[in-house]
Ligand binder design. Sequence first.
Ligand SMILES: [Zn+2]
Length: 111
Amino acid sequence: MGRYNLFIAEGMCPHCHHSTVFYFQADIGRLEWTTFELGDDIMSPPATMRSPVFGPDPDALHSGRDLWAAGLERCPSCHQYVHASINMRSGKYHSCEIISSSNELYEWGLL
Ligand SMILES: [Zn+2]
C-alpha cells in the first residue's frame, strides 16, 4: 500500500489470541495517514495535501454508499499479519471485523 489511513480497533489476534489495540491500514477516505476511531466521520478531516487521493473508490465515497475495505496490521505480540474488514456506514467508521484469513477478501466492496 502507498497512502492509507489508520483505523483503531480493539480485538484479539487470530494467530496467538493476544488481545490488543490494532491500527489497521486501509484505503478509505482521503488518504493522508489520518487515524480514525470508531464513530469518526471519515470524510471530515481538512485536506492537507494539494492533490488528495481517495480510496477505495471516489464515486462510491462521494455518493455516500456504505462500504467495507480490507485492513491490514501486524500483531504486536506474534508479528503475524492480521486482516480485517473495515466498515464505513453513513460516512463514518462504523465497525471492524477481524478475520482469520484474507482469502475471502477482495480490496473492498459495498455493504
Ligand atoms: Zn498475534
